[in-house]
Design a protein around this ligand. Structure first.
Ligand code: SAM
Length: 216
């Protein structure tokens, strides 16, 4: 017999918990945000599986485990302003909206940004602002940010993101860094003595295309 939606969510939570997502708030956000509202109709039967799925413009909605690990790495307590680069479907932005006070998310494809904006508004995420632009330049209008999460792979930490990160110790950038075909998930944490780097291990993301990223 196929699993019910509730059973599928429970199974996903237990899988990502086993693989390192331990933060209760993050697990609860993943249980709360309806991932089935963010995937294509043809992927609905896989919405609660721990896998990346295709969205429009040849992009992907990230694997829930990676969404969980990246969100957890920001160590949010609820009153932060967060910048996400790479809105895609809007799923990660909704998770961040459950964990922080305010989310600004940037997407380079206007069509993806429009549908994510509509979806997030329909689901009641009124603390998320979706903007169109080159996220490698950050979004200076709302800077500084307590957390910055980049959901596409960069060759290095773009300088504007470092500049727009709050100077408060404990603020963090989470970003996949490496080649276009494989990367490491890196956390840069602001400390009294500069940016401290932590490597969370190998990941695979679509490329971050822009002035301070990869060329198209
Ligand atoms: N966070 C998304 C979600 O929850 O569905 C998944 C993001 S997908 C793996 C990466 C996204 O980054 C794509 O939608 C891609 O168009 C976007 N992207 C790539 N380079 C970008 C840039 N310079 N600025 C903004 N978005 C960019």
């Amino acid at each position: 017999m196929p699993l019910s939606r509730t059973q599928q969510i429970k199974q996903l939570l237990s899988e990502i918990n086993r693989h390192g997502v331990r933060n209760r708030r993050v697990l609860s956000a993943i249980a709360t945000v309806p991932r089935d509202e963010f995937v294509r109709e043809t992927s609905l039967h896989q919405a609660w599986e721990n896998r990346a799925l295709p969205i429009d413009e040849g992009q992907t909605i990230s694997q829930p485990l990676i969404v969980g690990l990246m969100s957890q790495a920001l160590e949010l307590s609820g009153d932060e302003r967060v910048l996400e680069i790479g809105t895609g479907s809007g799923y990660q932005a909704a998770i961040l909206a459950e964990l922080a006070a305010e989310v600004v998310t940037i997407e380079r494809y206007p069509q993806l940004a429009d549908s994510a904006r509509q979806r997030l508004s329909r689901l009641g995420y009124d603390n998320v602002r979706v903007v169109v632009g080159d996220g490698t330049l950050g979004w200076p209008d709302d800077a500084p940010y307590d957390g910055i999460l980049v959901t596409a792979a960069a060759p290095h930490l773009p300088r504007p993101l470092e500049e727009q990160l709050s100077s408060k110790p404990g603020s963090r950038v989470v970003i996949p860094i490496g080649r276009t075909d494989d990367q490491d998930l890196i956390v840069y944490e602001r400390t009294e003595s500069g940016l401290h780097e932590i490597n969370l291990g190998p990941v695979r993301f679509v490329p971050l295309i822009g002035k301070e990223g990869w060329q198209e």
